[in-house]
Ligand binder design. Sequence first.
Ligand code: HEC
Ligand code: HEC
Ligand code: HEC
Ligand code: HEC
Length: 453
Amino acid sequence: MRKTKNSFLLRFMISLQFSAPGALAGQEKEPVKYIGPGSCAATSCHGSVKPIAGSRILQNEYSTWILQDKHSRAYQALTGEVGERMARILKLDAKAEESSKCLACHGLYTAPEQRGRAFAISEGVSCENCHGPASAWLGPHTTRSWSHEKSLALGMTDTRNVIHRTEKCLECHLGTKNKFVDHEMIAAGHPDLYFELDSFSAVMPRHWKVPRESEPGKPAEDAAWVGVREWSVGQAVQLGAEIARLSWRARNERADKKDIWPEYSELSCFACHHALGPAKDSWRQEHGYAGRRPGDPAWNASRYAVFRLLAKQMDTANAQELDRQMLHVSEEMSKLNPDRSAVAAAASLAVPLAQRIAERLAALPYDQALVLRMLERIPEDAENIALADERGAEQAAMAMDSLYIAYSRAAKPANAAEVRTAINGLFQQLENPSAYNADQFASALRRIRPLLQ
Ligand code: HEC
Ligand code: HEC
Ligand code: HEC
Ligand code: HEC
């Protein structure tokens, strides 16, 4: 009883503090500010221990984040052994946990004037990193008649929109001009960044309802295919963000204007980092080096290897044009000294094409037949994918996994267990990336095609 009363009071006080009439009309003079995760933690707001029955949202988002989500421990990654060693190797002028180079992605790192309240940077990647600064909407968004659109107008990030959501994740999981993980940082110990929206959301784990409850006047989400839409839109957005990054790197537009060229992390990691064996056993020599001088490292085409199949099937016209531009990017980037302006030109032509395909994929109705077709296309192109390097193979394994989970749930094929084992076999081939063998991967992937039903 007492708890309820206090929570109500707290909510009321928050509302009073923040819902100045000007703010609602969008005329507030004060810029929106960050107020820290503690502001969301009340049990009647987002800090319930269990999901609240009958509520539109789960209300235990804070508990999920603090207990299960690695984002709440992102700051601790900096104070750990690897983080401290990285700071030494990179000769940072401060400890990792004090350096803007690291905090930009590992915390709610804001300028002092953007802070509406005191909160500790050690709280890691928190609510407002993803949902946007909350000072203007915190109070009003707790009232019953409040709409999502009103929050958006007051600075909330539109994470409901899968395209915007992926872009938000990629700010840290791929990088921007202001915050980045390059080969220098990777060589100092930082994990290489890769991302896939559906599986990363599951690992996070999700603290939201899937499917979301339908809004008045809008059709309900089809629960069976939410993950497939996330996967396919995520792929398109990610490709767009990656080539946009390539284009600003080529133009040396990084905030500190110190872009290394060519930047090794844009290239195929295992072109340089693979194990050597007898010449007769080398699958690389066996296949030759299509489109490049023998021995030059290839561009990392992994984000495109699987996506191009999806794009071709869903949006033929844009996909053909995208293929043309991506071929230019890939040919130029696979030279020892790629020409910066040629790469920038081809990459910037490809970006809007990827964006158009993303919009199309977001609006598309997904069904069982379509998902089966995508599952079939990937093994049919096994050789090309496998030769696009270990990271391309990894994308294919994750795609087969995500798609088959959704497909088998809906279609209930009799041999689901057999297919699952075959997909797990793909992941086993990736356990030691330096020993990756494209021929073995391709044949394992090809074997899945006749099993699909
Ligand atoms: C562009 C954003 C970005 C920047 C800048 C960045 N990181 Fe990270 N960092 C990440 C992401 C994302 C992960 C998680 C990667 C994954 O698991 O996929 C991560 C993971 C790590 C990990 C591994 C944590 C674990 O749990 O295994 C360490 C250590 C780390 N970062 C240290 C640093 C240090 C030190 C710096 C500064 C020199 C830094 N990071 C800068 C985004 C960034
Ligand atoms: C790493 C990014 C990230 C962090 C950190 C994060 N969220 Fe979320 N949150 C999301 C995404 C993505 C969604 C799902 C998209 C959506 O429905 O808006 C979501 C959904 C929600 C929803 C459901 C919204 C709805 O309309 O159904 C609530 C409530 C929420 N988050 C609250 C929080 C709170 C409180 C915190 C901090 C304790 C937090 N989130 C931290 C990314 C994040
Ligand atoms: C402000 C930067 C930032 C944003 C935005 C962000 N992340 Fe992260 N994410 C990180 C960092 C840093 C880590 C590493 C934390 C650690 O391991 O200590 C991480 C880790 C993760 C992990 C754990 C990976 C692992 O190896 O276990 C998942 C999953 C993840 N993020 C998913 C997402 C998703 C999904 C989104 C978008 C909805 C998102 N992240 C948005 C910075 C961010
Ligand atoms: C053009 C060649 C090249 C490419 C491409 C390349 N690297 Fe490297 N990498 C190197 C060299 C050279 C070193 C330094 C090795 C040394 O001094 O022993 C290095 C060092 C490293 C190290 C530290 C060495 C160790 O033993 O721990 C890691 C980790 C690493 N690279 C990962 C990657 C990843 C991940 C990618 C792809 C995103 C990548 N590299 C792409 C050439 C490359």
